[in-house]
Design a protein around this ligand. Structure first.
Ligand code: TXA
Ligand code: MG
Length: 320
């Protein structure tokens, strides 16, 4: 499925840029915009044609469910049903890097393409001032996966968006680099709460809020197939070798902590800094043309879980 070529407007992070982006969304167009996690490729979630355009532009092979972005909890409650657990999580962590999967509200008006026909909907209130202003100005729920071709590394700058989707989308709102750098944590609030995707909000914070452990879901057993849960995803062109102590012949080294390497995610061993730079680092090492990227071990705590999740998928055998 190919979308027709079109010029992609780069919009400035000012009132005129936001107004233009909101207008294009209202007309059924595709607008990439910054969130604190990664850039999203937005369309009016009520407009099936516009949402279909997201799948075409990304070359997504199948119609997987998308996250709906809204400016605040009130707007979220008009499309999803929030029980007590969902409400405490929303109050604690929104706006922020957490997506809640809740029952779809009656009369929500969300396109079936967004929910993939499920009776649940994934909702997020992003914490980026430009995203908030855009969502307020658009006045509609905005479906937005990461703004990259399917299977590739997610974008954390407007240039990354243009590299992957230039001439396939109507506009990108340029808000500079994303602060978190990893997609949101996706949660079914339960009870019991279930983790559907590790991400920018550490699971430890969620467990502290709920006062209960969060179960990891075996997504394949649960029968939900979605890109962020495919074994091979977020993949650079080069092969990845994880848990490496040092680079071998022909490899470039992505380091973490005090190690010899070509690029260091965080010399100080700071996981927040590492998350913010991860996708940009994979892109630039990939651009070096090396056949393989060796990656230092990353601790499996806090944001390290989400970093390791993305690295494992990037390292997985690719479908041919
Ligand atoms: O940080 C983020 O979450 C970014 C920014 C743009 O907000 N968005 C993002 O969207 O990563 P996307 O489309 O790549 O991730 C959508 C994921 C799917 O892979 C699936 O796991 C989950 O959301 N999802 C959506 N609707 C669902 C549902 N009804 N039930 C279970 N999972 C769902
Ligand atoms: Mg994605």
């Amino acid at each position: 499925m190919l979308s027709p070529e079109r010029p992609t407007q780069v919009l400035a992070a000012d009132a005129a840029g936001i107004a233009r982006a909101a207008y294009v969304l209202g007309e059924g167009g595709l607008v990439a915009f910054p969130t604190e996690t990664v850039y999203g490729l937005g369309a009016d979630a009520r407009n099936g044609r516009a949402v279909a355009g997201i799948f075409a532009a990304k070359n997504r092979p199948t119609f997987n469910p998308l996250i709906v972005h809204v400016p605040n909890l009130d707007a979220a409650r008009s499309i999803g049903v929030f029980g007590p657990e969902a409400l405490s999580l929303a109050n604690a962590f929104w706006p922020g890097a957490m997506t809640l999967v809740v029952p779809l509200a009656r009369g929500a008006g969300i396109s079936d393409l967004v929910t993939a026909g499920l009776d649940t909907v994934a909702i997020r209130v992003p914490a980026h001032p430009l995203a908030t202003k855009l969502l307020e100005a658009a006045g509609c729920p905005v479906a937005a996966p990461s703004a990259n071709p399917s299977g590739k590394v997610s974008p954390t700058t407007a240039d990354h968006v243009l590299d992957g989707l230039g001439r396939r989308i109507d506009a990108v709102l340029d808000g500079g680099a994303c602060l978190v750098g990893l997609e949101s944590t996706i949660l079914d609030p339960g009870p019991p709460a279930r983790l559907l995707r590790p991400g920018g909000l550490p699971i430890e914070a969620i467990e502290a809020c709920l006062g209960a452990p969060v179960q990891a879901v075996d997504v394949e057993a649960a029968g939900i197939t979605a890109p962020g849960q495919l074994k091979s995803h977020y993949a650079p062109t080069a092969d990845l070798r994880l848990g490496a102590a040092e680079a071998r012949e022909g490899e470039v080294m992505l380091g973490f902590g005090p190690v010899q390497c070509d690029l260091n995610l965080s010399e100080a061993g700071d996981l927040t800094e590492a998350a913010a730079g991860l996708y940009g680092a994979l892109r630039s090492l990939d651009a070096s043309g090396a056949a393989a990227i060796a990656v230092s071990p990353i601790p499996e705590t806090g944001l390290g879980r989400a970093i390791n999740d993305r690295l494992r998928r990037a390292a997985a055998p690719r479908p041919s």
